[in-house]
Design a binder for this molecule. Structure first.
Ligand SMILES: [Zn+2]
Length: 214
């Protein structure tokens, strides 16, 4: 199996697809968002710097993200799926340096595409568990909680994320699309990019991904 990088607008089934890859093909799942949160929650050396950036409303610097990513990549064995990074060409170049150092490479860049109308429908149906962060969707039979508004695992009440409203989503979507356009061109030129149309049914999108990676 080759290493994969997922790039996808918010509200796609990217994390579901990652989970399926982990379960079926034993990929290592690396999310830079998770790495940052873990650094803070475990009070590791960079926690203070990360918290300061977040508290002042700044994005966490590339320097910190790449440092954490390098540490993580050194630790894993076998193929990985990377989620949340890179978001721009400068990060893509940082990643290339790290991978070269560790003698690793990128097999596939997979862009999971979603139409705006479809995305907004999902956003409006989305509920998350405040404890385990599992994402549910009331508009999707596969992703519905077993009992209305209750997490299957934690048995506590699900919540709507404060930024899951149309205004906020539209803003995030547009920022994402503008930001990643040059990045997609960059990977397309290298022959690494595949585009998968997301589906409301995770299995459908997953079989398209399997066609690319197998
Ligand atoms: Zn839960």
């Amino acid at each position: 199996m080759e290493n994969i990088i997922f790039i996808a607008p918010p509200a796609t089934g990217k994390s579901t697809q990652s989970k399926m890859l982990v379960e079926k093909y034993h990929y290592n799942y690396i999310s830079t968002g998770k790495l940052l949160r873990k650094e803070v929650s475990d009070n590791k050396p960079l926690a203070k710097d990360i918290k300061k950036m977040i508290d002042t409303g700044n994005l966490v610097s590339d320097e910190i993200v790449t440092k954490l990513l390098e540490v993580k990549l050194k630790k894993i064995n076998g193929p990985f799926v990377l989620d949340g990074y890179p978001r721009n060409i400068s990060q893509a170049k940082n990643l290339e340096l790290i991978l070269k150092k560790l003698n690793l490479n990128i097999g596939h860049i997979i862009y999971i595409d979603i139409k705006y109308d479809e995305a907004i429908k999902r956003v409006k149906g989305r509920l998350i568990c405040p404890q385990c962060n599992k994402v549910y969707n009331i508009h999707n039979n596969v992703m519905k909680p077993k009992h209305d508004n209750i997490c299957d695992e934690c048995l506590i009440k699900l919540i709507v994320r404060p930024d899951d409203n149309e205004e906020a989503y539209k803003k995030r979507y547009n920022i994402f699309v503008n930001e990643t356009k040059p990045l997609l061109e960059y990977y397309h030129k290298q022959g690494l990019l595949s585009i998968v149309e997301d589906s409301f049914y995770p299995d459908e999108a997953f079989s398209k991904i399997e066609k690319i990676i197998l």
